[in-house]
Design a protein around this ligand. Structure first.
Ligand SMILES: O=C[C@H](O)[C@H](O)COP(=O)(O)O
Ligand SMILES: C=C(OP(=O)(O)O)C(=O)O
Length: 350
């Protein structure tokens, strides 16, 4: 069962609901998003029914939800959520949600200040409104480049500040969450950590938006359950990212599950992006997959770019450079309006 609070509910009204639930022997998990606060209830449903929660001040609705994930379920309201990244006293932030098409781009790995700055400028010129780059990088091969760590975070933040783009980066360890949250506007949980429950709890306890990639072998339900962990810790600012799943097909590292986009949007109110670069591992497939993602109704794209992919320390074959980025920008410019999306970073065609 979930309690949906009105958009103007006060802290005292939220506390009253929690106290009433506790007195009935239940547990209450408060989750806060941009437009709504939801309280997930755990305990005896019949007991909760007798509490008349719907009549309490600040309560908009009380809903019984049949899915195993409650706070991220679409059952709790018809509206899809918008998550705003990088909002503070001086910046309006970047929306990711049903009205926009948001491009996140940057180098798969932060390698140096020059490379990151150049990538950030390329990303911005292509209409990206968020800079994504890796400082802590999980890799199958222990001898591969694992990122610059803390200095990579500083470089990314500097490139973000220089270009005015809020930054998104992966966190792989619970012990690094506070450090990464200090430097980044959005915390990425990579595919390999989608079911690292300690990490999900830790990012859920921050006030930073979370980008949750689908696990390589995860079903949609497992993915949404992972999102529920983040929400249950209080953070409803979650954006999902489809990045392909492992199938018998070996032509690409993963098979992009494009049907997950409308499926997730039917099951959950959370925004969903598509990452065509990690799914395909090949630059020539990024544009066609991006077009498919836009047409399928994705809320945005996450793509790797690099000023000189041949010299990239990792994932060069999938990184877009100058001409491909311009093609991608043109495709977004043409296609996003056809699916009723605004593209704030994209300059309209003359
Ligand atoms: O996902 C991490 C990197 O981008 C890289 O593609 C991972 O390579 P791996 O599949 O060999 O770990
Ligand atoms: C490593 C990445 O992707 P994934 O976790 O989807 O493999 C990434 O986005 O940098």
């Amino acid at each position: 069962m979930v309690v949906i609070m009105t958009s103007d509910a006060t802290e005292a009204q939220i506390d009253d609901v929690i106290s009433r639930v506790h007195r009935a022997g239940g547990e209450a998990f408060v989750s806060r998003g941009l437009h709504r606060t939801i309280i997930g209830l755990l305990g005896d449903v019949d007991e909760f029914r007798s509490l008349n929660l719907r009549r309490m001040a600040g309560v908009a609705d009380v809903i019984r939800i049949s899915t195993p994930y409650k706070l991220v379920s679409r059952d709790q309201g018809p509206e899809r959520s918008t998550v705003v990244v990088g909002r503070d006293a001086t910046r309006a932030g970047v929306p990711i949600g049903p009205d926009h098409f948001t491009l996140l781009a940057g180098p798969c790995a932060v390698e140096s200040l020059d490379q990151t700055l150049e990538s950030a400028e390329m990303a911005k010129a292509a209409g990206a409104t968020l800079l994504r780059g890796g400082a802590f990088r999980p890799q199958t091969l222990p001898y591969a480049f694992h990122g610059l760590g803390k200095s990579g975070l500083r470089i990314l933040a500097e490139a973000g500040a220089a270009t005015g783009l809020p930054v998104v980066t992966e966190v792989t360890e619970v012990s690094d969450v506070a450090l990464v949250a200090e430097h980044a506007d959005m915390l990425q949980i990579g595919a390999r950590n989608m079911q690292n429950f300690g990490l999900l709890n830790a990012v859920g306890a921050t006030r930073k938006p979370v980008l949750l990639k689908r696990g390589i072998q995860a079903t949609i339900e497992e993915w949404l359950m992972a999102a529920e962990y983040v929400a249950q810790r209080g953070n409803l600012d979650i954006v999902l990212c489809e990045r392909g799943i492992r199938t018998f097909e070996s032509a690409t590292p993963a098979t992009l599950d494009i049907s997950s986009v409308p499926t997730v949007q039917r099951l959950s109110h959370l925004p969903v992006l598509v990452d065509p670069t990690h799914a395909s591992g090949r630059r020539d497939l990024v544009l066609p997959l991006s077009r498919a993602a836009i047409a399928a109704g994705a809320d945005g794209l996450l793509v790797d770019i690099h000023p000189d992919p041949e010299s990239a320390l990792c994932d060069g074959p999938q990184a877009l450079a100058g001409p491909e980025i311009r093609e991608l920008a043109a495709a977004i410019r043409r296609m996003a309006p056809l699916v009723d999306r605004q593209t704030p970073g994209v300059t309209p065609s003359p």
